[in-house]
Write a new protein. Structure first.
Length: 164
């Protein structure tokens, strides 16, 4: 590896200003979740706890969720980062309600990060999810997702309010 290549790798391996957005979510959060199975359906609610830590020298945010849903206990985890080569936020989510690892990528404008995930649903059909994280203050942020209804139209299917 040339000195030029090594210098370039060292530069993109260093956490950047974009990592500060992720760092703002470090801590333990109470979560109140509302979700809808289809547009205009009766909302379901649940509560849980999200614990977030920066790992690997401030390069990634690791999040662990524990809670209760109407269907029973629920656990999930995420790893989020900022890819300095592609200049995109990236992340992966997995949970106890499936065997899929959902890969997201997107951008941030101010306190709002918008991510997108394309995946195959349990019926074998291509599907898309949009997720928006909004930092409201040092003690509150929200996470909202939009998914495809059975008719293929996008609708808001989940809203989580995190507070400490």
């Amino acid at each position: 590896m040339s000195e030029e290549q090594m210098a370039a790798w060292m530069e993109v391996a260093t956490p950047s200003q974009e990592h500060k957005y992720l760092e703002r979510m470090v801590g333990t959060w109470k979560a109140r979740t509302t979700f809808w199975m289809e547009p205009n359906s009766e909302p379901q609610s649940s509560e849980g706890t999200m614990t977030c830590d920066m790992i690997l020298g401030g390069r990634f945010l690791q999040s662990s969720y524990e809670g209760q849903t109407p269907w029973g206990p629920f656990a999930g985890m995420a790893i989020d980062g900022y890819d300095r080569i592609r200049n995109k936020y990236t992340g992966v989510w997995m949970d106890s309600m499936g065997t899929i690892m959902m890969a997201f990528e997107g951008e941030c404008s101010g306190d709002v990060r918008t991510m997108r995930c394309d995946f195959i649903d349990p019926l074998g059909k291509p599907n898309t999810m949009k997720a928006i994280t909004t930092i409201i203050s040092d003690n509150e942020y929200t996470y909202e997702t939009w998914g495809q209804a059975s008719n293929g139209e996008m609708f808001k299917n989940m809203a989580i309010s995190y507070t400490r």
